[in-house]
Design a protein around this ligand. Structure first.
Ligand SMILES: C[S@@+](CC[C@H](N)C(=O)[O-])C[C@H]1O[C@@H](n2cnc3c(N)ncnc32)[C@H](O)[C@@H]1O
Length: 368
């Protein structure tokens, strides 16, 4: 209560222009005010940062600079950029630490640009955001719930669709490809934080094109893996499994996990980037399906970005609240909210596992 009263007082003071003017004459407050002004400016200009990033990705600048600094004039000529406009792009990207100027006057990868090089999952997501920009062109309509159709809803064809198992191959192809490319970084987070030592069988519900299942099978040679996804996605997964030569250890089932009979007796059942796509009712159905598929004492693994009070949790909340709204289904949840749903579905001993990049995935485990 005291905490809330202090926050209300802070808001009244900071929201008062006369108070701000006089407070800024005090040195410590000057420092805090300038920090806050920078934060606000960053919020106001964040859309420009995203567009600079998208331009760098579309021009494949990170790959072009991967072998070292290059002369900026030659790079502009190679990319057919207008000289003045190209310099502005390089200057903005350098300010954002995507690129950096070298004393020789050449241009090189910056700290963040270097981290994006050879990172196809994030690059695919940045390109994919162009769809979300279209839905955000009228934020009043999106947040007013007045858009009948969204580009994101068209891509994620199963979102909010109870007849999702009838989707055709074209409807699931684009999102399955996007998920497969971005899954590598998710699988790395999960398999580093959660050991499958001693586990003989894993069922990956909503396993998409099979990228996580294949990564798990490769990391743990004595593990047999099954994937369940909608029939047309299962066809894509089957082809990937054959390509990987792992068909003896990886089974694929085409089914609606909330409605159809699933195989059971598994040591671990995973739900990777699944529950945040659905409302509570459908998430409960998925959790109950996972519960039935586990052997008694088996482990449920939930891995997805989770909302929360930490910096990562707040970034997840801001991003996924909007992303999933535009998609037309689902919401980001805190670990506590997911734990409540898991208990309601019959799980016990819900516990957290830390990952090193929680914006990519946090982990919750529970026992049947
Ligand atoms: C966001 S994708 C995640 C895919 C994969 N787990 C990953 O992290 O890359 C969600 C997946 O759930 C699948 N899915 C949606 N509804 C489903 C249902 N009712 N039964 C089975 N799979 C479903 C989708 O086809 C899609 O492949």
């Amino acid at each position: 209560m005291v905490d809330l009263a202090v926050k209300d007082l802070r808001n009244r003071l900071v929201g008062n222009a006369r108070f701000r003017d006089s407070a800024q004459k005090i040195p410590l407050i000057q420092l805090l005010a300038s920090h806050q002004a920078n934060e606000l400016f960053q919020l106001c200009s964040g859309f420009i940062h995203s567009q600079v990033l998208l331009a760098c990705v579309r021009l494949e600048l990170f790959g072009r600079l991967a072998d070292g600094p290059v002369d900026s004039g030659s790079l502009q000529a190679e990319l057919d950029l207008d000289q003045e406009a190209g310099e502005r792009l390089f200057a903005a990207a350098a300010a954002l630490e995507l690129l950096e100027w070298r004393p020789s006057g050449r241009i090189a990868l910056g700290r963040l640009g270097a981290a994006l090089n050879d990172n196809p999952g994030v690059i695919a997501m940045i390109r994919h955001h162009a769809l979300l920009y279209e839905d955000l062109r009228r934020p009043d309509a999106l947040f007013g719930g007045k858009l009948d159709r969204t580009r994101m809803g068209e891509l994620w064809a199963y979102a909010g669709d109870p007849g999702a198992s009838d989707l055709d191959a074209r409807a699931v192809g684009d999102y399955s490809q996007l998920m497969a490319v971005s899954q590598a970084m998710v699988a790395e987070q999960i398999l580093t934080s959660f050991s499958l030592r001693g586990v003989r069988t894993l069922l990956d519900i909503g396993g998409g094109a099979g990228a996580f299942a294949l990564a798990a099978a490769r990391r743990w040679p004595r593990l047999d893996v099954s994937i369940v996804d909608l029939p047309q996605v299962a066809d894509i997964a089957r082809a990937r499994v054959l390509e990987a030569g792992l068909e003896r250890r990886v089974d694929v089932f085409g089914a609606d996990a909330t409605a159809d009979f699933l195989p059971d007796g598994f040591g671990v059942v995973s739900l990777v980037r699944i529950l945040h796509d659905h409302g509570d009712e459908r998430s409960l159905e998925l959790l109950r399906a996972a519960h039935r598929a586990l052997r008694p004492g088996g482990t449920l693994l939930i891995a997805e970005p989770m909302a929360g009070d930490s910096r990562a949790g707040r970034l997840v909340s801001a991003y996924f609240n909007v992303y999933l709204l535009a998609m037309g289904s689902g919401k980001p949840r805190t670990p506590a909210a997911l734990a409540r749903l898991a208990r309601e579905a019959g799980f016990r001993r819900v516990r957290r596992r830390r990952t090193s990049v929680p914006t990519i995935a946090s982990i919750l485990l529970a026992s049947r």
